[in-house]
Design a protein around this ligand. Sequence first.
Ligand code: C2E
Ligand code: MG
Ligand code: MG
Ligand code: MG
Length: 279
Amino acid sequence: HEGIHTNVTAMPFDTSYDSRRTDDFLIMNDLASALKMDEDLYLVYQPKICLHSGKTVGLEALIRWDHPLRGELFPSQFIPLAKKTNLLSELTDWVINRVIAQLKTWNQEYTLIPVSINASERDFSKPGFADALAAKLQDAQLPASVMGIECLENELVTESRVAVEGLQSLKAHGFDISLDDFGIGYSNISYLQDLPLDVVKIDMSLITRLANDATSRIIVSNIIRMLKELNYTVLAEGVETEATLTLLKQYGCDQVQGYFCSKPIPASDIEHWLAPRAR
Ligand code: C2E
Ligand code: MG
Ligand code: MG
Ligand code: MG
């Protein structure tokens, strides 16, 4: 990923640390105003393809920022910063409102396709998050089943009671819940049992090596088998080649996302994408 931040440890006399902090501060200032003015931020949508039917079964909303001076910014350049401030909750609200508006348009013009958003543990740990989201969808006359919530594995293994309750509340309202970036780092998988998950998304880092690495084929095929036995829908992220797709089909993987199928698409091109490929 194209992060501007390296993990260089700050030394006492490291001036680059100070200037980076100033820059972070400027970016967050700009983000606050972009959110407030509803300017320069937009969503792109990456299709989720079902390997059994070949159809597009959902979309994932990914945020982009067309910064007036810095140009196109990717989430890795501002989401981690937003997570350190209370801007993240405003950002998530912005994403939710934009997705609902978009779903209303697509619903009228074309078809109701489920869209998932990336949320943070901080979001659904907030009291009333699920109720507020459900109310918003109801106001828009949309069923909860059109919105999915993706949450990060590394944020959930903290085993925060509040986070688990937040997820359960989302689940009770009928939202589809995905565990994002599964398989990076935190291998204590017993925590899966405590989470109300529908989909597990296997992280790109495991998927990219499939075609060229026998060890990773053993790991991924067995992860998929285990997750299927636990009755999850299994999605593989970051599929970039046909060879990878073929292997994933063999292993019984249910869905894929990746540049081989489609890069994230601007909202205006979604109907064009869906027309021949809808459910
Ligand atoms: P993620 O949710 O795991 O999303 C997948 C990322 O991988 C996206 O990067 C996507 O553009 C990229 N990707 C998809 N297929 C391929 C592929 O075949 N090859 C490669 N090399 N990359 C692929 P993006 O959009 O830069 O987002 C990065 C992360 O930022 C996301 O990872 C998600 O954790 C976070 N993020 C994005 N949008 C939002 C948002 O609206 N809210 C929050 N809280 N986080 C977001
Ligand atoms: Mg995601
Ligand atoms: Mg992911
Ligand atoms: Mg990721």
